[in-house]
Design a protein around this ligand. Structure first.
Ligand code: SF4
Length: 247
């Protein structure tokens, strides 16, 4: 993508599972059909430019928590090989022992190899996947997520952590709670994203968000296995960079 605004791409998450996080850039999500998503627009076909951007961001990693989340508006397999090598080198140099990547269901067959690759260097890989909801009809016919499997256990089997998407018309307190409990039963961690306005036609439903805030947020906000992002920039990456003079 060209002409994109400079985004914050490095941040530190100090609460729950403390970790550093980098938003890298790859060749682009290969699914790209989710109706609610526009962050797949953060990509470039120019491998060299991606590598330079990724090198700049990875240079900020200090290893303070020995844990790094490397995301890229797609799946780890969209990153170029030089970037993958640099991630590996950064982990070794900064004593990072746990590395989190994102991966879409369609690339699940590539997960064992990436786990082995990093395990050989003493680094444990955790894979997060956007499942959004376990309601097959809602997920596939409305959100067009591209997960051709209905069984939650089979869906979660390749992954360690999942993302859920709430704040959409049709969701209820009961349906959201069911999704969270299913996610927690089948995964180490669950990340809840609340829908925010973006360039797609899918709009956040203020009433559903109010229901979530009132009935579910208090139940899970202190759960160390649950991240809740009321805004999709709550992890500190993906937002617009504030020029130094405005600080
Ligand atoms: S798989 Fe992820 S990046 Fe790709 S379109 Fe869907 S939500 Fe966006």
């Amino acid at each position: 993508m060209t002409n994109q605004k400079e985004m914050e791409r490095y941040s530190v998450i100090t609460e729950k599972n403390p970790r550093e996080i980098v938003l890298l850039r790859g060749s682009g999500c290969r699914w790209r059909r989710c109706t609610f998503c526009d962050y797949h627009l953060d990509y470039s076909r120019d491998e060299k430019e991606n590598y330079h951007l990724n090198r700049r961001e990875l240079a900020k990693v200090t290893g303070r928590y020995h844990c790094l989340e490397a995301i890229n508006s797609g799946s780890f397999c969209d990153l170029d090989e030089r970037t993958m090598t640099l991630i590996e080198e950064t982990c070794l140099k900064r004593d990072i022992r746990q590395l989190h990547f994102e991966c879409h269901w369609i690339h699940r067959a590539e997960i064992p190899a990436v786990r082995r690759r990093f395990a050989d260097r003493g680094i444990t890989v955790k894979i997060k996947s956007g499942i959004e909801t376990f309601d097959y009809n809602f997920r596939e016919n409305i959100l067009r997520k591209g997960i051709d499997e209905a069984d939650p256990a089979r869906i979660c089997a390749p992954f360690d952590e999942i993302c859920l998407l709430f704040g959409l018309t049709g969701q209820t307190a009961a349906s959201m709670r069911r999704d969270i409990e299913t996610g927690l039963a089948l995964n180490e961690r669950v990340c809840i994203n609340i829908m925010t306005e973006n360039t797609t036609a899918v709009r956040p439903d203020r009433d559903v968000i109010a229901v979530f805030a009132r009935e579910l947020y208090p139940l899970y906000i202190d759960d160390p296995r649950v991240d809740i992002l009321m805004e999709n920039t709550d992890f500190g990456v993906g937002g617009e960079q504030i020029p130094a003079r405005e600080l």
